[in-house]
Design a protein around this ligand. Structure first.
Ligand code: GTP
Ligand code: MG
Length: 359
């Protein structure tokens, strides 16, 4: 009896499995189609090894210096490539020219440009008012957003809030990714992240695991950490947000004399360029905080201005000035945006997140 029923079971299973096989075959066909498409795509993806004069040794050196792909190499100058890869300058020039040709680094028409802009992802700040100030959906990828203001104005609180927000799915205002937090001042607070996570009903352990924190001990270290980020992305980490809190503190402390100002600005400029390159190459949102210094020459209004001067001002796509307002509120003012009106809004910092108040 048992045998018979087993046989019946097997028969039944076979009949069913035929259906499964059909479905499987169908999906297999689709999958092969997909993989051939993928292979075709992958075949087109050229690597550093495809460049003339660039062998495995040079690739290893370049990777150690944070250059992983053609785009990274195409934007170098021959002397810096020659330094990094230990090759002659003529060979470096040739490799750069080849990379530029392969990359098609030229002009694109407005429509193609608009098409590229569609890749942009947005990250909610938690406050609708603040999201609206920034164009409706919060901070965006492929740009640098800077918040500057006095101590206690809320720059770090905003950083922690978006480090949580980035992890939300796109339909909930996030970018479905992880955050990297470069902490130069030792002010990253996991307990605050937990409160923000619980505020939106998320598992706080999971949220903390998706924030990769590094303490930067000086400006060189701060530079070096950027190279690590390309490496992590290459290893498959879905990083969508990079926070540098604070952008300028180390630079300001290390180059404090008047005679060092030019050096400081040059280094800061290079750092900002690297940030922008990361943002564009990997579709990341970059959020940086910046201090203010008093400007005794100003007699009316708020006598403060951002550290770093024009270099920071020009490199950041969106600049926001945050200050304390009435009744413990915060006032955020957008300055010099390429596509948004200069505007002002109000929000609150509360235990479980950034909140709106009526304006
Ligand atoms: P610096 O880094 O010193 O330049 O300042 P910052 O702009 O980064 O200040 P930060 O974002 O750390 O803001 C600190 C302020 O946030 C505090 O003075 C509080 O007003 C507020 N804050 C911090 N934690 C909490 C909290 O748990 N609950 C509430 N309600 N407010 C908080
Ligand atoms: Mg801070």
């Amino acid at each position: 009896m048992a045998i018979k029923s087993d046989a019946a079971k097997i028969k039944e299973a076979m009949e069913n499995s035929e259906e499964i096989v059909e479905v499987a075959e169908e999906s297999e066909k689709k999958a092969t189609k997909k993989t051939t498409k993928k292979v075709e795509k992958e075949e087109k993806k050229l690597t550093l090894m495809d460049l003339p004069g660039v062998g495995p040794g040079a690739v290893a050196k370049l990777e150690a210096a944070g250059i992983f792909d053609l785009m990274g190499l195409a934007v170098l100058t021959p002397p810096s490539l020659s330094d990094m890869a230990g090759m002659g300058e003529a060979a470096a020039r040739k490799a750069i020219q080849a990379a530029r040709q392969m990359m098609d680094l030229g002009f694109s028409d407005g429509l193609a440009f608009a098409e590229k802009r569609k890749e942009i992802l947005y990250i909610t700040t938690g406050s609708k008012n603040l999201d609206n100030l920034l164009g409706g959906k919060g901070i965006q990828t492929k740009s640098i957003t800077e918040a500057f203001g006095a101590f206690g104005s809320g720059k770090t609180q905003l950083a922690l809030s978006i480090a949580v927000g980035v992890q939300l799915p796109e339909e909930q205002g996030g970018a479905n990714g992880k955050a990297v937090y470069i902490d130069t001042e030792g002010t990253f607070r996991p307990e605050r992240v937990r409160q923000f996570a619980e505020g939106i009903g998320a598992n706080s352990d999971k949220v903390l695991k998706n924030i990769l924190v590094a303490r930067a001990f000086n400006s060189d270290h701060q530079m070096l950490l950027l190279e690590k980020i390309s490496e992590m992305i290459k290893d498959g980490e879905p990083i969508r947000l990079l926070i540098v809190d604070s952008l300028t503190a180390h630079f300001r402390a290390e180059f404090s004399g008047r005679g060092q100002l030019a050096d400081r600005q040059q280094k800061l400029n290079r750092y900002l360029h690297n940030l922008m390159r990361l943002a564009e190459q990997h579709n990341l949102a970059v959020y940086v905080t910046n201090q203010v210094m008093s400007n005794p020459a100003q007699m009316f209004g708020d006598p403060t201005k951002a550290v770093g001067g024009n270099i920071v001002g020009h490199a950041c796509t969106y600049r926001m000035y945050i200050r304390r307002g009435k009744k413990d509120s915060r006032v955020a003012k957008l300055i010099d945006s390429p596509d948004l009106p200069d505007n002002e809004t109000v929000f609150m910092i509360e235990g479980d997140g950034l909140k709106d108040i009526a304006i």
